[in-house]
Design a protein around this ligand. Structure first.
Ligand code: ZN
Length: 100
C-alpha cells in the first residue's frame, strides 16, 4: 500500500444517480497524500530537475460515500495532467490501460 495523492471530484452515484463528492486517489508526482483540486499544479520531488511531461494520464479510484443512499462507489477514474497541472478527471472508459 503506497502513498497517493487525491483530487476532489463529483461523480454520479451508480446506484441512485445522486451526485457524490469523492476523493480520487492517484499516484503521480510527489506522493505525500496531498489533497488537490482540478487546476492545481501538483508537487514534484525537489531533486527532480526534469520538468513534468506535457501530457499525462494517471489511473485513479474514487473514495467516498453517496450522501443519499450510502453506496460507496469505487469507480476507476482517469486523471489528466498538462505540465503537472490537473486538467480534468473523468470516469475511466477503457481508452487507456495501466500496467502496475
Ligand atoms: Zn446513491
Amino acid at each position: 500500500m503506497g502513498a497517493f495523492n487525491t483530487v476532489s471530484h463529483v461523480v454520479d452515484c451508480p446506484s441512485c444517480g445522486h451526485p457524490v463528492p469523492v476523493s480520487v486517489q492517484f499516484k503521480y508526482g510527489l506522493r505525500f497524500q496531498f489533497k488537490y483540486n482540478i487546476g492545481d499544479l501538483i508537487e514534484f520531488h525537489a531533486t527532480d530537475k526534469t520538468p513534468p511531461e506535457s501530457a499525462v494520464v494517471a489511473d485513479g479510484i474514487t473514495d467516498g460515500a453517496c450522501p443519499s443512499c450510502g453506496t460507496e462507489p469505487e469507480l476507476d477514474m482517469f486523471v489528466f495532467f498538462a505540465h503537472g497541472v490537473i486538467t480534468s478527471v473523468e470516469v475511466a472508459d477503457g481508452r487507456y490501460s495501466f500496467l502496475e
